[in-house]
Ligand binder design. Structure first.
Ligand code: ATR
Length: 279
């Protein structure tokens, strides 16, 4: 059976997902297609109809549809429900099931690169409180780490993430300045905002003067591959984790849900990096 897969969003013409899923299909020896279904807000009902007519087996959802797609979904998994966002849809005999694989994909990518990092003694700092931060925060809550603090420009938005945790002692909301001054308290620092995404920018969300060299610094921005924050962290002797690894592992989880195939994708991290560098 040839799988019919795809992506909806806007704009998506530069998406790496078709390349990633083609690699997965090649490795798994699975026949199928992964097509782009581009459309702005006004076109969403039309795009949805196209997917139904095409009897799509599954699709990814990206900006700006991650929330509004829920109106078209029959069942939500606990992560998608808690986050109010869906990035993966599985068509099970006409029933559309919605999942959110970003946060879990992030945690997987981290465990692959740093297998002993996450345990009940680990302290994590999340910078930012947008949609990406929410998914990652929830996934870490499920990992039973010691502490997951959140620092954001808007305190109110950071407080909004706290509804996702049960144990009130696990998280403190900080200003970005407070985070800067206590950076040496964390094993892992995760940058989840768009700061650093512009080409050739040296913009950094926080200064790293208090960074401990044993800390891992992660940035979910993958264009550029090595953001100013990661460059700075590296120069200070810290270990770094790149955003394209998250991209790959959220896709791995989606592929698993569509095809039932659990793929080892570690070898594709470097290949994806070369692709992003245009090599
Ligand atoms: P996404 O869904 O991709 O995470 P988003 O929901 O627009 O994106 O969230 C953007 C995040 O980046 C927020 O945490 C935002 O901070 P505020 O909540 O204070 O707006 C953060 N952000 C964006 N630009 C920023 C900047 N120049 N400095 C600091 N934080 C910034």
């Amino acid at each position: 059976m040839a799988y019919k897969l795809g992506l909806i969003g806007h704009p998506i013409e530069h998406s790496l997902s078709p390349w990633i899923h083609q690699q997965f299909m090649d490795v798994a020896n699975i026949d199928g297609e992964y097509k782009l279904y581009e459309g702005d807000h006004a076109k969403l009902p039309e795009v949805i109809q196209q997917l139904r007519d095409h009897r799509i087996d599954g699709f990814n959802v990206t900006v700006p549809y991650k929330q509004v797609i829920i109106d078209y979904i029959d069942e939500l998994d606990p992560a998608a429900k808690a986050l109010g966002a869906v990035n993966t849809v599985v068509n099970q005999n006409g029933t559309w099931k919605g999942y959110s694989t970003d946060g879990e994909g992030y945690v997987r990518s981290m465990k692959e690169q740093f297998p002993s990092l996450l345990n009940e003694a680990s302290s994590v700092l999340i910078l930012g409180a947008g949609g990406a931060a929410r998914g990652i925060y929830r996934a870490f809550i499920q990992q039973n780490v010691k502490r997951i603090d959140i620092a954001n420009r808007s305190e109110q938005r950071a407080n909004g993430l706290l509804e996702l945790r049960q144990d009130p002692t696990v998280s403190t909301v900080l200003t970005l300045q407070q985070a800067e001054s206590q950076l040496n308290e964390y094993d892992l620092i995760i940058q989840t905002t768009s700061v650093g995404m512009k080409p050739n920018t040296d913009e950094q969300i926080i200064r790293l003067d208090h960074l401990h060299p044993d800390t891992i610094v992660s940035d979910i921005v993958y264009q550029p591959i090595t953001t100013a924050l990661l460059k700075d962290a590296k120069q200070r002797g810290a270990k770094i984790h790149h955003g394209h690894a998250m991209l790959l592992y959220q896709a791995q989880l989606a592929f698993e849900k569509w095809t039932g195939t659990n793929l080892d994708v570690g070898h594709l991290v470097d290949e994806l990096e070369r692709k992003l560098r245009g090599e």
